[in-house]
Design a protein around this ligand. Structure first.
Ligand code: ADP
Ligand code: MG
Length: 322
C-alpha cells in the first residue's frame, strides 16, 4: 500500500500536468453571445489546447462575419458588393452559397438579405423602421439579388440597397468548425455551444449529453431537455433580442416578405448532424410557422424539430414521436 502511495507521488511529481484524463471546460463572450466548451481530454496539455483552439476559432469567425466590426469581411461586402463584383474568401463564399441553398429549400423564409430592412431595428434602443421605410426597402430583400461566381470566388449584389447579415447561420458554422478542430485534436467526448447552437462529439462518457430548450417566457426554466449523442441542436426564440411597445413584442427574427417579426411560434429547435444547417433551419422554421415549418422538417432526412407555438403548446416532428 505504502509503495503504491509513494509511486503515485513520484509519478505525479514527474508528470505534473501531462497525464490527467478529465473534463475541461471554459466559457467566453464573443459573436454577441455566450460560448461554452467542454471536453474530455487525456492530458492537461490536450485539454487546454482544445479549449484555446475553440475560443480562438470563435473569435476568428467573429472578426470575419460580424456586422458590428467595420473591418470584417461581411462589412466590406455590404459596403462594396452593391457596386460590382468583389472577390471574397473561400470560407465566406461557401457560407453564402449554403445560405442561398437554404433560402431555396425554405422558399425564402431564411434569407440573409433580410438585413436590408433588419439593420434598421435596434433592439437595445427600442428602435424600428416605420411602415414607409420598410415598404421602400422590401424589394432589396431577396437572396436572388446575390450573385456568386465560382470561377473567381466573387460576390455581387444586383440591387444597390441590398445588405446581408449572417446572424442566422454564422454561429452554427462556428460550432461546426470548432467541432472539426476538436476532432483533429483527438477529442472523442465534447460539447460546443454558441448561444442557441450546440454540437456534441460522442456521449458524456457512458451517458448522453443533456441539452436544454429554455422556456421562452422564463429564463430560469427549461421547456424540454433532450438527451443527445454525436448530434447537434439549434434553438431560435423570440426572447434573444427584442423590445416591447404597446404590449407588442418586436423581436429579431424577421419575415423576408414583410420585414417584420413573425408570431406563429415562440421557439423552434432543430436537431440534425450539422450545426450550420440546424442554425439556419431553426430561423427558417420560426418564420414559416408551425404547419409549414414542421411539414418541411418532416420531409428532410436526418433532421427533427421541437416547436413551441404561440399558445405554448409543444409540437414534435415525426422522427421524435416514437
Ligand atoms: P440567435 O441564436 O442569435 O437567437 P437565431 O438562429 O435564432 O439566432 O437567428 C436569429 C438571427 O438570424 C437574427 O438575430 C438575425 O441576425 C438573423 N435573421 C433574422 N431573420 C432572418 C431571416 N428571415 N433569414 C435569415 N436570417 C435571419
Ligand atoms: Mg438559427
Amino acid at each position: 500500500m505504502r509503495l503504491i502511495y509513494i509511486s503515485l507521488i513520484v509519478f505525479t511529481l514527474c508528470f505534473p500536468f501531462t497525464i490527467r484524463a478529465e473534463w475541461y471546460a471554459d466559457s467566453a463572450g464573443t459573436m454577441g453571445t455566450n460560448i461554452y466548451v467542454e471536453v474530455w481530454a487525456e492530458s492537461d496539455t490536450q485539454g487546454q489546447l482544445a479549449l484555446k483552439t475553440v475560443m480562438a476559432e470563435m473569435e476568428r469567425i467573429n472578426q470575419l462575419m460580424s456586422s458590428y466590426i467595420d473591418t470584417s469581411e461581411l462589412s466590406l461586402i455590404n459596403a462594396k458588393a452593391g457596386s460590382g463584383p468583389m472577390i471574397i474568401s473561400a470560407e465566406m463564399f461557401e457560407l453564402l452559397d449554403k445560405s442561398i441553398k437554404i433560402s431555396e429549400l425554405t422558399r425564402g423564409a431564411f434569407d440573409v438579405t433580410y438585413a436590408s430592412v433588419g439593420y434598421l431595428y435596434n433592439y437595445k434602443k427600442n428602435e424600428r423602421p416605420d411602415e414607409k421605410t420598410i415598404a421602400s426597402l422590401l424589394e432589396a430583400i431577396s437572396y436572388k439579388h446575390i450573385k456568386l461566381n465560382k470561377e473567381n470566388l466573387s460576390v455581387e449584389f444586383t440591387h444597390e440597397k441590398v445588405k446581408i447579415d449572417l446572424g442566422g447561420i454564422a454561429k452554427g458554422h462556428a460550432v461546426d468548425n470548432s467541432i472539426s478542430l476538436l476532432e483533429r485534436l483527438g477529442i472523442t467526448h465534447g460539447l460546443v455551444t454558441a448561444g442557441g447552437d450546440t454540437r456534441l462529439i460522442g456521449d458524456r462518457r457512458g451517458k448522453p449529453w443533456i441539452v436544454g430548450i429554455r422556456d421562452p417566457r422564463d429564463k430560469q426554466k427549461q421547456a424540454v431537455v433532450m438527451p443527445l449523442e454525436s448530434s447537434a441542436m439549434s434553438t431560435s426564440g423570440d426572447y434573444e433580442r427584442y423590445f416591447e411597445e404597446d404590449g407588442k413584442r418586436y423581436h429579431h427574427i424577421l419575415s423576408p416578405k414583410t420585414g417584420k417579426s413573425t408570431y406563429d411560434v415562440q421557439s423552434v429547435s432543430i436537431i440534425g448532424p450539422s450545426s450550420t444547417f440546424n442554425d439556419a433551419l431553426s430561423t427558417a422554421v420560426f418564420v414559416m410557422g408551425l404547419r409549414e415549418g414542421l411539414g418541411m422538417i418532416n420531409r428532410i432526412d436526418g433532421y427533427d424539430a421541437v416547436v413551441m407555438d404561440n399558445q405554448r403548446k409543444m409540437h414534435y416532428s415525426n422522427g421524435l414521436q416514437q
